[in-house]
Design a binder for this molecule. Structure first.
Ligand SMILES: Nc1nc2c(ncn2[C@@H]2O[C@H](COP(=O)(O)OP(=O)(O)O)[C@@H](O)[C@H]2O)c(=O)[nH]1
Ligand SMILES: *[C@@H]1O[C@H](CO)[C@@H](O)[C@H](O)[C@H]1NC(C)=O
Ligand SMILES: *[C@@H]1O[C@H](CO)[C@@H](O)[C@H](O)[C@H]1NC(C)=O
Ligand SMILES: [Mg+2]
Length: 514
């Protein structure tokens, strides 16, 4: 050992004037060290990513972790096939993307369960489209037309100039899809009409699918049946934040609706609403000033020092005078999107994947909510997506435990993907249910397992999981899962900080010598 060190030293002395060499050496050592710690001390030096953690509680957790023996599952006398269907709104031209989604869904799930499909379009489907679909699916198929009353936005005909102007403006300002009238129609249709379509109404449950999506894990149990068995009403797969520019007034109108119809929000409301009612106090000025926890101390310190100054006991008190001047010069902070002390945090369930009861939306409260929003014109004046509309609507009608996170379903749509780690010791051999879905040599070729994994035979893309990309959204969901009932408080926010208590503490600190 010593001899080696001496050798190294000698070698180094020989090139001691070669700084580049040293720098490279140092950089390599640091790089190696970082690499090793990252691999071996994961969780100590580098925090564990959300996708590696366990997510679940009695309120909600995966129905199964890992694979289920599907043949046995289907034979269980307690099992019944549900009154359910896939739903897809699409265009004739999108047939390749539609087949892509259908093949993925069949291969990963429906080849064992044979649920039917409903395809919807604002123009009739072509014979070719119908033929290709019928060849691909293992359940019944129905093709429906969306009539112009459901499809068109009323102002398109009642006020075409204002309509066109609004859409063009959004396009000019570069809002994603803002300049596309058909995108606005689509969002409105999925917000308030799809579940009222007669072909959808024939079912109790639906699973929304879009063209060009991928499923990465085998779904070896029946999600509809498990939803029913666990009293779930709405299932999601991805939770992300909306682009602000598309929904500037959505929350304001939602709050106005709540007020007008005296709606009592449910506990899910807390997933979407940010609280600005921080201080429990009757002092209105303080109330208006303090919108965040970080405002509490500075504002109370200011108040106490000024109060002390105004007692007039110390005429030389320049600190007190300075505080007084500062306060008189400053104005009440404006939180632009605050409405009745709440603000939308832009979080929503990404609604291109949904497994839900049809009456999740087809009920008096949600229907009235949609009608109200529709009248306010946000589906064309702004570009309200069906996802934030669904989510805020769910906040009016659902409790946290009514919602199910399908964490075990690997799914991707355009730029977003969620794909779980595989569950340990619960991977079974793949058995095809339909000869069209032979997997041949790759049939048991899937990702390695991990302690907190929930997936069955997942083969995930290299893309970063949305759980990690939008981990703040997931953290909020996790907090709701583990919060105690009192904290959820029917979704209502209330002043959390006891002003008197904080003031007492601050007084001690500030005026200790007294
Ligand atoms: N029939 C029909 N389907 C549409 C129209 N616009 C959108 N869609 C469908 O609505 C779904 C969502 O549209 P898409 O453009 O994929 O939106 P994105 O997923 O938000 O990018 C897809 O299934 C589309 O096929 C339309 O004008 N007519
Ligand atoms: C599994 O999750 C728990 C709790 O979230 C965490 O403490 C543990 O480190 C996770 N395991 C792995 C292998 O990341
Ligand atoms: C399925 O549910 C729909 C809507 O509730 C109902 O009208 C229909 O009769 C049900 N069909 C079957 C086969 O139970
Ligand atoms: Mg799409």
């Amino acid at each position: 050992m010593l001899r080696i060190r001496a050798k190294v030293r000698r070698a180094c002395e020989e090139i001691s004037d070669n700084r580049e060499f040293f720098l490279t050496l140092a950089a390599s050592i640091v790089f190696l060290f970082v690499l090793l710690t990252k691999v071996f001390v994961k969780g100590v030096v580098f925090p564990i990513e959300t996708s590696d953690k366990y997510i679940g509680s009695d309120r909600d957790k995966p129905f199964y972790e890992g694979c289920v023996d599907t043949m046995q599952y289907l034979k269980d006398p307690a099992y019944t096939k549900m009154n359910a269907t896939f739903v897809m709104l699409t265009r004739n031209e999108e047939i390749d993307g539609v087949l892509h989604s259908v093949n993925s869904l069949e291969s990963r799930f429906n080849q064992w369960f044979h649920y039917p499909y409903v395809f919807l379009n604002d123009v009739p489907f072509s014979e070719e489209f119908k033929r290709e679909i019928k060849n691909a699916v293992s359940g019944e198929v129905q093709f429906g037309l969306v009539d112009k009353y459901m499809w068109q936005i009323p102002e398109e005909t009642s006020d075409p100039r204002a309509f066109k102007n609004a859409i063009d403006t959004q396009g000019d300002r570069g809002f994603l899809y803002g300049g596309s009238a058909s995108y606005h129609r689509m969002c409105r249709f999925y917000s308030g009409s799809f579940y009222r379509h007669p072909l959808v109404q024939r079912h109790e449950w639906y699973w929304r699918v879009e063209p060009e999506v991928d499923f990465y894990c085998d779904i070896t149990y029946d999600p509809f049946f498990e939803m029913a068995r666990h009293n779930k009403k709405y299932g999601f797969n991805i939770l992300i934040e909306e682009i602000y520019a598309t929904v500037p007034n959505l929350f304001r109108y939602t709050m106005a609706f709540i007020k007008k119809y005296r709606i009592k929000t449910k506990t899910l409301w807390k997933l979407f609403s940010m609280n600005h009612y921080i201080l429990k106090t009757s002092n209105q000025e303080l109330q208006d000033w303090v919108n965040f926890y970080r405002d509490v101390e500075p504002k109370l310190v200011e108040k106490l020092i000024i109060e002390d100054f105004l007692k007039g006991e110390d005429p030389e008190d320049s600190i007190g005078l300075n505080f007084l001047i500062r306060r008189s010069k400053s104005s009440t902070p404006i939180v632009e999107d605050k409405f009745e002390n709440e603000e939308y945090n832009l979080i929503h369930f990404w609604s291109n994947f949904e497994i839900a009861r049809v009456d999740t939306f087809d009920n008096p409260i949600y229907n009235a909510y949609f009608e109200y929003l529709d009248k306010m014109g946000g589906f064309w004046r702004e570009r309200w997506g069906d996802a934030p509309v669904h989510s805020l609507g769910l906040g009016l009608t659902m409790n946290v435990e009514d919602i199910h996170y399908f964490r075990d379903i690997g799914y991707q749509h355009s730029v977003m993907a969620h794909c779980p780690k595989n569950a340990p010791h619960k991977q079974l051999v793949y058995k095809e249910g339909d000869p069209r879905h032979k997997r041949g040599y790759f049939k048991n070729w899937y990702d390695s397992t991990s302690e907190n994994g929930s997936g069955c035979r997942c083969s995930c893309p290299s893309q970063r999981d949305t759980e990690d990309k939008s981990s703040e959204c997931m953290d909020r969901w996790k907090n709701l899962l583990t919060a105690d009932d009192a904290e959820l408080d029917g979704g209502r926010h209330s002043g959390y900080v006891d002003t008197n208590k904080v003031e007492r503490k601050l007084k001690q600190k500030l005026f200790q010598s007294d």
